[in-house]
Design a protein around this ligand. Structure first.
Ligand code: GUN
Length: 286
C-alpha cells in the first residue's frame, strides 16, 4: 500500500509555480496578483484563507486578503467585486465559501469576471468544462487529477466511483475522470446499496462530507482511494476524512491521508490557476 503524499506532490507543484513567477518581473514587469475575500469569521474559512495567503508568499504571488464583516450587504460585496474586475493590477479573485446566508453565492460567483475566476466556479467556466472548450478548472478536482497522475494512475478504462455531487467537487471530478476515459459512477446520499458500487471501484473518490463513512468492507483489494473529506472524528474530535483510513488502507493500492492529501493540492492548483489567469491577461495586453 502506498500513501499518496499530497504535501510532497503539492510542494513540487508550488516550486514549479515559484520558478515561473520568478521569471515574470523581467518578462512582464510584475508578478501575478490574487485577491481573496472572506466575509465573516467562519473558523474553517479563516484557516483556509490564511493557508492561501501562505502559499502566495511561498510562490512569490502577490496576495491581498480582504476581510469583510459578517453583516456586509450583498450589494456592497458585489460592488467590491466589480471594482476588482476592473482593476488592471488584479489577476485572480476568490471569494471564500460558504457565504453568510443573506448573500447569494450564485450571484457572487457570477459577478466575478470569468478571466479572473481562479476557482473555476463561474457559469462560463463550468460550461467550458462540460463542453470541452477552454476554461479554468476548479482547484480540488484539478488537484485530484494531478494526484492520480503523480501516483502513476491512469484512469483510462478504469471503473471510477465518485461519492458526492457538489458543484465544487463531485460533479466536476466525475466529468474530468470521464474526460480521462474512466467509466464513471456518481453516487450520492440517495444511492441504494452504496457498498455494492464502491466494491467495484478501481478508483474511489469520496467527497461526501461524512466522517469515516467508507470502511474496509466497502472496497476491493487494489483500489486507489482519494479522500476529499475534512471532517471531525465524532469519537476523538480530531480532523479526519470521509474514509476510515485504518480499515481501508490495508486493502488499497494507494490512498490519500487526511490531512496531507487533497487539501494541499487544492491550494497548489489555486496558485497554478492564478498564474494561468495572469499569463492569459498579459498575453492579451501585448
Ligand atoms: N470553500 C471550500 N472549498 C472552496 C473552494 O475551493 N473555493 C472557495 N472559494 N471556497 C471554498
Amino acid at each position: 500500500m502506498k500513501i499518496i503524499d499530497g504535501k510532497q506532490i503539492s510542494a513540487a507543484l508550488k516550486a514549479d509555480v515559484a520558478a515561473q513567477v520568478a521569471s515574470f518581473p523581467a518578462l512582464y514587469g510584475r508578478v501575478p496578483h490574487l485577491v481573496v475575500i472572506r466575509v465573516g469569521e467562519d473558523p474553517a474559512s479563516v484557516v483556509y484563507v490564511r493557508n492561501k495567503a501562505k502559499a502566495c508568499e511561498l510562490t512569490g504571488i502577490r496576495n491581498t486578503t480582504i476581510v469583510l464583516p459578517e453583516d456586509t450587504p450583498e450589494a456592497a460585496l458585489l460592488d467590491r467585486i466589480r471594482s476588482l474586475n476592473a482593476d488592471e493590477g488584479v489577476d485572480g479573485i476568490l471569494v471564500q465559501l460558504p457565504l453568510p446566508r443573506h448573500i447569494s453565492e450564485a450571484k457572487v460567483i457570477e459577478s466575478i469576471s470569468r478571466e479572473k475566476d481562479v476557482d473555476g466556479f463561474h457559469p462560463l467556466n463550468v460550461a467550458g468544462l462540460w463542453q470541452k472548450t477552454p476554461h479554468l478548472e476548479p482547484c480540488t478536482p484539478k488537484g485530484i487529477m494531478q494526484l492520480l497522475k503523480a501516483t502513476g494512475v491512469d484512469p483510462c478504462g478504469k471503473r471510477a466511483v465518485v461519492i458526492g455531487r457538489s458543484n465544487i467537487v463531485g460533479l466536476p471530478t466525475a466529468k474530468m475522470l470521464l474526460d480521462a476515459n474512466a467509466t464513471v459512477t456518481l453516487c450520492h446520499t440517495r444511492t441504494k446499496d452504496l457498498a455494492a458500487i464502491t466494491r467495484q471501484a478501481e478508483i474511489l473518490v469520496v467527497a461526501a462530507g461524512k466522517a469515516k463513512m467508507i470502511s474496509g468492507d466497502m472496497v476491493s483489494e487494489g483500489v486507489v482511494v482519494i479522500d476529499v473529506g475534512m471532517d471531525r472524528d465524532p469519537d476523538t474530535g480530531k480532523l479526519c476524512g470521509d474514509v476510515d483510513f485504518d480499515s481501508v488502507a490495508p486493502k488499497a493500492a494507494a490512498i490519500t491521508p487526511v490531512p496531507g492529501g487533497v487539501g494541499p493540492m487544492t491550494i497548489a492548483c489555486l496558485m497554478q490557476n492564478t498564474v494561468l489567469c495572469f499569463k492569459d491577461r498579459v498575453s492579451k495586453k501585448a
